[in-house]
Design a protein around this ligand. Structure first.
Ligand code: AMP
Length: 218
């Protein structure tokens, strides 16, 4: 099964991807995580990627498409994957479709988690992430049991460099300008499921599993 999670930064894609992973055992492919790994390496590509991320801008399509298509061609993705944060432009969506068609594959479901821009701004400002397993927390909506520590793996929590007020605003703007048009692109096919993301995490998760419409394997 191949699922695309569509939604703005802060819509809850990372949190809900975990729910889907647990239910169906798919591989979670998050473009932002792959870029943060690359940036951490500090090589030429990493520094280039970081210069876009720090500004809240999108990394150029050519780099992004190459990275994701390589990742989903890896053996662990053969049984299925969830794409989180990709595609983010029409060019990326078209490249993904073309690459899958070439391999005789298709996307089974696109899950669009819809959240207003005011709510996104509030969420991203209070977001903390586990350094080890990337699990997201929120000071108000989803606080960890022990301050500064991940409930799942005990890793240290940190705030992302691009979760600062100015960059958050820019990322949300970029989302509505460049990524939201993908909703119309996928709406044309019957694979789009629109989910109200401004509800408790469990309720959103239940609706997503229902929309995927397959019996959980776990
Ligand atoms: P995220 O963790 O998904 O919020 O992504 C963090 C940053 O990585 C974004 O603000 C972009 O700079 C970059 N990025 C992630 N995914 C993409 C993508 N599909 N296309 C372009 N840039 C991306």
């Amino acid at each position: 099964m191949r699922v695309v999670l569509l939604g703005a930064p802060g819509a809850g894609k990372g949190t809900q991807a975990e729910t889907i992973v647990q239910a169906f055992g798919l591989v979670h492919v998050a473009s932002g995580d792959l870029f943060r790994e690359a940036a951490h390496k500090g090589n030429e590509l990493g520094n280039l990627v970081k210069s876009y991320m720090d500004r809240g801008a999108l990394v150029p399509d050519e780099i992004t498409i190459r990275m994701i298509l390589e990742r989903i061609a890896a053996p662990d993705c053969r049984q299925g994957f969830i794409l989180d944060g990709f595609p983010r432009t029409l060019e990326q969506a078209r490249a993904l479709d073309a690459a899958l068609v070439e391999r005789n594959m298709a996307i089974d479901k696109v899950v669009y988690i819809k959240v207003s821009s005011e709510e996104l701004q509030a969420r991203l400002g209070g977001r903390w992430i586990c350094r080890k397993c990337q699990a997201p927390y929120h000071v108000v909506n989803l606080p960890p049991r022990t301050a500064g520590k991940c409930d799942k793996c005990g890793g240290d929590l940190y705030q992302r460099d691009d979760d600062t007020a100015a960059t958050v605003k820019k990322r949300i703007e970029v989302y509505f300008r460049q990524t939201e048009p993908l909703v119309a692109y996928y709406r044309k096919s019957s694979m789009l499921a629109e989910i109200d993301g401004e509800r408790p995490i469990d309720a959103v998760g239940r609706d997503i599993l229902k929309a995927i419409g397959r019996r959980p394997t776990r």
